[in-house]
Design a protein around this ligand. Structure first.
Ligand code: PMP
Ligand code: GLN
Length: 385
């Protein structure tokens, strides 16, 4: 760790995604670690980006985002979730959900403030909270269904709590928070006057009979919720980094103030492309989910055959396994060895936990790959036992 790095960022090092993708490259492994698909998204979306570049949309767009995308985001929120947002004052375009989360945390938190979130948590949450000089308090989700109790949630709230940060559908577990759980979360936010920040980047990646319910749709929540999403997962273009924030105007203004000094604006051509994507017919969104659900089933069956205990996944790109049936208990060591043992890369879930004992035997595999790639991975894993 470099001595030049500020104290609040010590310990963050290199993200597990970068470490594991590098390991996949050097060992020639099938990379089921970092979450990105191996096929491009819809051609209409690609063509919209190309057309924007050719049309000369290559200079700074407005800081809040181009009007066509802000309108498309507002229409999308109305069309899928019945949420109304004014595209001029209640929508902000960002450099991916990552910037949206970071700008939000930097805008809302004073040093010493606390954020309640669920663990395992997405790694950028811990870093964003630390950058703000704030503290995280985690409610642990317990496998196999990754549930939590009302008591555990209540116990995480203190007089310093300002923000509740929720990710549903949830990375890395694949959990889709139920309406009952969301009611509980909403009641806590209202009772303690918290701002809810919800990361919904997997909003369309929901399978079987699970239903994604945006927290902002619950009574008392529209006025206190910052909803974040991005085009990366919905349009299979994770490298485009086009995200957005929807919230009441005063909250958007706070986030915008910070955002303008992080990236100033986000890439103009990709904004046009995301606008085209958000206006695709319903069949596109349901087709994407059906394709991913089938891939999840393929990988899940293969992992079960290989001897792992696979926990349920009702959304996202990911499913979690317990490695103990294979006589293993240290997920980090297991994932570092796996590429050398059988040429497959996965992510040790423990890095997303404060409660290291809870996360130690869990490993995340990702299934947004072509079927033949998943089949190859499953074949290689079969040799493990
Ligand atoms: N939140 C979660 C839960 C994620 O899994 C990811 C990774 N895609 C992000 C945020 C980051 O999204 P983006 O690439 O749009 O910054
Ligand atoms: N969201 C992706 C994942 O969870 C990774 C993005 C990143 O590399 N930071 O795998």
């Amino acid at each position: 760790m470099t001595a030049h790095l500020v104290e609040r960022m010590q310990g963050f090092g290199t993200t597990i995604f970068a470490e594991m993708s590098a390991l996949a490259a050097t060992t020639g492994s099938v990379n089921l670690g970092q979450g990105f698909p191996d096929t491009d998204g819809p051609p209409e979306v690609v063509e919209a980006a190309v057309a924007a570049i050719r049309a000369g949309d290559n200079q700074y767009p407005p800081g809040i985002g181009i009007a066509p995308l802000r309108h498309a985001v507002a229409e999308h929120q109305e069309r899928f979730w019945g949420l109304h947002h004014d595209p001029d004052t209640e929508v902000l375009i960002t450099a991916g959900a990552t910037e949206a989360v970071a700008a939000t945390l930097l805008a809302l938190l004073e040093p010493g403030d606390e954020v309640v979130t669920f663990e395992p948590y997405y790694d950028s949450y811990a870093a964003g909270i630390a950058l703000a000089g704030a503290r995280r308090r985690c409610v642990t989700l317990t496998p196999p269904d990754h549930s939590f109790t009302a008591e555990a949630l209540a116990a995480a709230i203190t007089p310093r709590t300002r923000v509740l940060l929720l990710n549903s559908p949830h990375n890395p577990t694949g959990k889709v928070f139920s309406r009952t759980e969301l009611d509980l979360i909403a009641a806590v936010c209202v009772a303690h006057d918290l701002v809810a920040v919800t990361d919904e980047v997997y909003e369309h990646l929901v399978y079987d009979d699970a239903v994604h319910v945006p927290l902002a749709t619950l009574p008392g929540m529209r006025e206190r919720t910052i909803t974040i999403s991005s085009a990366g997962k919905t349009f299979s273009m994770t490298g485009w980094k086009t995200g957005w924030v929807c919230a009441p105007a005063e909250l958007v203004a706070a986030v915008r103030t910070v955002k303008q000094f992080l990236t100033y604006v986000h890439g103009a051509p990709f904004q046009h492309a995301a606008a085209a994507g958000l206006r695709l017919p319903d069949a596109y969104f349901t087709g994407l989910a059906a394709d991913l659900a089938a891939k999840r089933d393929l990988l899940r069956a293969g992992l079960t055959d290989a001897g792992f205990t696979a926990h349920p996944s009702a959304g996202t790109y990911f499913l979690t396994v317990d490695i103990r049936p294979l006589g293993e208990s240290d997920g980090l060591a297991f994932c570092r060895a796996l590429p050398h043992r059988c040429g497959v890369v996965a992510v040790p879930t423990v890095v997303f936990y404060d409660d290291v004992a809870a996360g130690a035997p869990l490993v995340r595999f990702m299934f947004a790959k072509r079927r033949e790639v998943l089949e190859e991975a499953v074949d290689r894993l079969r040799g493990l036992a």
